[in-house]
Design a protein. Structure first.
Length: 397
């Protein structure tokens, strides 16, 4: 009797082990291991522009973690960030090809900068792989018929025109110096700003392109001679903060206005609190840290909890929104998450409510797949902190 009992017990154990083994192989949708799909990310994660990119990478990672934890997806989303150091256009295509070659990659966030974005657009179009940028703002990016590319923010045309409006109508600057850093982004911003300044009836006293440097003595000398009331700079931090610091050291008191490439938490410490005071930024972005919207407040709380108290910086809300667009579209694909399904879902997106805006896309071939809500906000450094003044149309009616 005892032997029979032992035999039955052994059979029961073997059956249990077999059942467990079978459960591990259960396909997605029946309670077992889920199929994996991947969303890529391309941006400068370790170079001099990383302060403008890492917040978006972290926000996207947060969104995918939250989506996987919720448990209502039939697949698992794996996030694949790739570092394109210094946002180099020549190193971006191999990274794009790396994502294209992985059949599990069904979408990409980015690239973050305009030059690298232009370099990969043809590759992603040929592969049928959708990519949505959270921060590449060059106006021409949406004019090339790239049906797989989408822009989640307003472009340089919008924010550079806002900079001119702020200078001429908001700050009553009749003389303006327009400078750029020779980057694709900076030159585009500067050209549009200069044209807009002239259209508003003010004078552009100097229009210069100056490569990134640590010594801007020659530029500051020109500003000292020309005496502009406002300086508009198209370029990135840390160059913009160096220019402001050296301007103030030489007594140049012109109002300094720059774009989203300069709006970074590093600007004030790099320029110095006194020199940075009063600097203005245009940005087609939401600073969730100064928003009172409950969803934004929750996002800031979740972000800080995940990243050891670090607050979300520039373009974090936009990247979070884009990640959640992918989550929504992937959910809609059910078990059949393909590149074509994801591309179709993003293309046909309607009224997606995000933190930063409600997302819809333009259909004009001359400006294809731009987000229709292009609201440009004005930020100002006051009392040693970056504060939100409001939408340009509110700040300068």
């Amino acid at each position: 009797m005892k032997r029979v009992t032992r035999v039955l017990a052994a059979i029961a154990i073997v059956s249990l082990i077999a059942a467990v083994g079978c459960s591990k192989k259960t396909p997605s949708g029946t309670g077992g291991t889920k199929k994996e799909v991947k969303i890529g990310f391309i941006g400068d994660l370790t170079g001099s522009n990383s302060a403008l990119v890492v917040p978006g990478e972290n926000a996207a990672a947060l969104a995918f973690d939250q989506a996987n934890a919720k448990g209502d997806l039939k697949v698992k989303i794996t996030f694949v960030p790739l570092d394109n150091k210094e946002a180099n256009p020549t190193t971006a295509p191999p990274l794009a090809q790396q994502l294209i070659s992985d059949p599990e990659v069904v979408g990409v966030i980015g690239p973050a900068f305009s030059g690298e974005t232009a370099a990969v657009q043809p590759l992603f179009k040929q592969a049928g792989l959708v990519h949505i940028t959270q921060s590449a703002t060059r106006a021409s990016l949406t004019a090339g018929g790239f049906t797989t590319f989408f822009r989640g923010v307003g472009g340089d045309t919008d924010q550079a025109a806002a900079a001119a409006k702020l200078a001429v109508k908001g700050k009553s600057c009749s003389t303006v110096a327009v400078i750029d850093d020779k980057s694709a982004y900076g030159q585009g911003y500067g050209d549009i700003a200069a044209a807009s300044v002239k259209a508003l009836g003010a004078t552009v006293v100097t229009r210069q392109s100056v490569a990134p440097a640590t010594d801007y003595t020659s530029l500051v000398g020109t500003l000292t001679d020309k005496k502009p009331a406002c300086v508009i700079y198209g370029g990135y931090e840390p160059q913009s903060s160096i220019i402001v610091k050296q301007m103030r050291e030489k007594g140049v008191k012109a109002i300094f206005i720059s774009g989203d490439g300069s709006k970074s938490t590093k600007f004030i410490p790099d320029a110095g609190k006194a020199a940075a005071e009063g600097v203005l930024f245009t940005c087609p972005c939401l600073d969730a840290n100064v928003s009172t919207d409950p969803a934004a407040v929750q996002f800031v709380s979740d972000f800080k909890a995940k990243y050891n108290g670090t607050a979300p910086d520039i373009y974090a809300p936009e990247a979070y929104d884009i990640a959640n667009i992918f989550v929504s579209v992937i959910k809609g694909c059910g078990d059949n998450v393909t590149r074509q399904c994801v591309l179709d879902g993003v293309t046909n997106l309607k009224d997606f409510k995000g933190l930063s805006k409600t997302f819809n896309w333009t259909t004009d071939p001359k400006a294809l797949h731009e987000v229709t809500d292009k609201g440009v906000n004005i930020y100002e450094i006051k009392n040693g902190a970056i504060t939100l003044d409001g939408n340009i149309n509110t700040v300068v009616p």
